[in-house]
Structure formats: C-alpha cells, structure tokens
Write a protein that binds this ligand. Structure first.
Ligand code: PBG
Length: 335
C-alpha cells in the first residue's frame, strides 16, 4: 500500500548517512546534564561495593572525595551525597541527622576541600537516620508533617553550614520548601539552592537505594504512601510542582524517571522550570542485571534511557550511570 506522497517523500534519506543523522538529531546528552549520587558510610579507608547496585560504592568520609574528584575530572557538574548510617546511631527521631559531626557533614567538607569546583547536593529527609526508615517523625503511627519540617530545616542549615550548595528535600512533607528557604535565608545561606523532589512517587524502584543506605530492613513492610505520591496521578504532580515553585524551589525534580517520562514532559511544558529527572536505583540495577546476564547491551540501553530524559524535557539527570556515560560520551559514543 502506498500513500499519495510516496515515493517523493522518503523519511529514510535523512537517516542514510552518519553526517546527516548528526545534522537532524534533535536531542543530545552531555556531561553537563549529570548529577552523580554517591554514598558515604561510617569507617575509614573504605570503598565497599553495594550488592544491589553493581559498580556503585559506599565510601568512608576519608575516601569519598576520590569519587567526587573523579566526577569533577570528567566534567560532571555535581554529586549528590547519601549516607548509610550505622544501626547504633539510628533512633526514632533520626537525631543523628542533626549531629554537626555526622558523616554527611564530614563528606561535604571532604568533597569541598578536594574538589571545590563540583556542586554538592544533599537530601533533606530523615530516612537514613530513623530506626523505622520513614522520612519523618512518627507519632501514633503517622508521619507528622509540621514537626518533621522543623527537623528538616535544622538539617538543611547544618548541611549548608558544612558547605552543601543545594538542599534537596526528598521527604514530601507539605510546606517544607518554603520553610527550608526561610531557615536557610535566616542562617545567611541565601545563595544555597533548593532542588525539590517536587513530584516524588511511592515507588517500587527505590529498593536498591534502600539497600545502599541500609533503611530497607528498618522500613520492613512499611511503605511511604501517606506522603509519597500515587503512581496513578499526574494532575496532582502539577499541583505539587506549582506549590514548590511558589515556595521558592530553584529547580524541580520528578522521581522516579523512566516510568514517569510523561510527568517530566507535563512539568516542563507547564512551568518551564529547570527540571531534573531522577533515574533511580531500580532503573540502574535493572539494566545492570540484564547487562551482566548478557540479555542487554548495558551501555547502549543506558544511553538510550538517558536520551529519553532529554526528549521528555529534562534539563538534568541524577543518574548512577553518570561516570560511565561521561566516559562513553568522551570517547565519541553516539549510539
Ligand atoms: C530518601 C530518598 C530515597 C531516594 C532518594 N532519597 C528513597 C525513598 O524515598 O525511600 C531514592 C533514590 C533511588 O532509588 O535511587 N527520601
């Protein structure tokens, strides 16, 4: 069967040669797009591979700067630091989050000293620190909003004091962006940015991360559905993003990434804000596992996933593949 335009219009002409494909390419992933999440754990001289995330490591504070230095040398603009807190230091209120000498603070200082040119992003959330693995304070079985926010504000200021450039509230409490903005400003940190996890879903794709920070065994059968979003909703995501922008977010994030490309597109089209996608742990580990079995070509599948974020409208991507992708791009990879 032929259409009227055929064969005058042949879509394949522009695909015939490499130079032509390059000319008509609409999207590009560059090293400038990446934020690399890295993990800090208690101890000394430690670089320990994370079981559920092959190729990702937990670094002790005295070594984590090596990771940041490597990223900086590849031209990656920023790292996001996540802690694995030892069991003995976890309690129901996550009080270790406010210890001015905790491993997040130590890591921030070490990275700043060793790689001053790379941006540092840190979560505002309590789940690495709480004995129950929830992101906030639990009162009568419910994660309470306003009381949690007071702690998140103190946590944010502590991290900013240590040299953190970007506070990233990942807790999904209502009103936390505005409160954190105010707390940062009052502490003299008006230049510290807020990247809000604006549309964060109650997702099954965070499981390897919870293994990495050691919160899964504590969370047990618990879930985060009373604060993280229902995967069925997108109008609600726009309301969440609108509120965070109104409260002063500098950048907004959609999380997870691949199963939520439609949300990224709607957010970008609606708000024209710097929009960040979180290519989360489960998305990374799926490709890694399939790659290890020879079921997928990991590099190609990973790069295809990254370009999908750009196509969906993301300006930047938190991805565990940042180093691998940066190296591929530098070696001239084009897919
Ligand atoms: C903590 C937090 C989570 C992730 C980032 N910050 C897990 C969660 O909400 O349970 C997930 C990141 C990933 O899966 O890569 N609030």
């Amino acid at each position: 069967m032929t259409t009227g335009a055929y064969p005058q219009i042949r879509m394949r002409r522009n695909r015939r040669d490499h130079w032509n494909r390059r000319l008509v390419r609409e999207n590009i992933v560059t090293v400038d797009d990446f934020i690399w999440p890295i993990f800090v754990a208690e101890g000394e001289g430690k670089k320990e591979e994370i079981d559920a995330m092959p190729g990702q490591f937990r670094w002790s504070p005295d070594r984590i700067a090596e990771a940041a230095r490597e990223a900086a040398d590849l031209g990656i603009p920023a790292v996001a630091i996540f802690p694995e807190i030892e069991k003995a230091k976890k309690d129901p209120d996550g009080s270790e989050a406010l210890n001015p000498h905790n491993i997040v603070v130590q890591a921030i200082k070490a990275v700043k000293a060793e790689a001053p040119d790379i941006g540092i992003v840190c979560d505002a959330a309590l789940d690495p620190f709480t004995s129950h693995g929830q992101d906030g304070l639990v009162r009568e079985g419910y994660v309470v909003n306003d009381e949690t926010i007071d702690v998140l504000c103190a946590q944010s200021v502590l991290q900013a004091d240590a040299g953190c450039d970007v506070i990233s509230p990942s807790d999904m409490m209502d009103g936390r962006v505005g409160a954190i903005r105010k707390a940062l400003d009052e502490a003299g940190h008006d230049h510290v940015r807020i990247l809000s996890y604006a549309a964060k879903y109650a997702s099954a794709y965070y499981m390897p991360f919870r293994d990495a920070i050691g919160s899964s065994t504590f969370l047990g059968q618990g879930d985060k559905k009373t604060y993280q979003m229902d995967p069925a909703n997108t109008d609600e995501a726009l309301r969440e993003v609108a509120l965070d922008i109104q409260e002063g977010a500098d950048m907004v994030m959609v999380k997870p990434g691949l199963p939520y490309l439609d949300v990224i597109r709607r957010v970008k089209d609606t708000f024209q804000m710097p929009t960040v996608a979180y290519n989360v742990s489960g998305e990374y580990s799926m490709l890694k596992a399939a790659g290890e079995r020879g079921w997928l070509d990991y590099d190609r599948a990973m790069m295809e996933a990254l370009i999908s974020f750009k196509r969906a409208g993301a300006d930047a991507i938190l991805t565990y593949s940042a180093l691998e992708a940066a190296r591929l791009i530098q070696s001239g990879y084009e897919g």
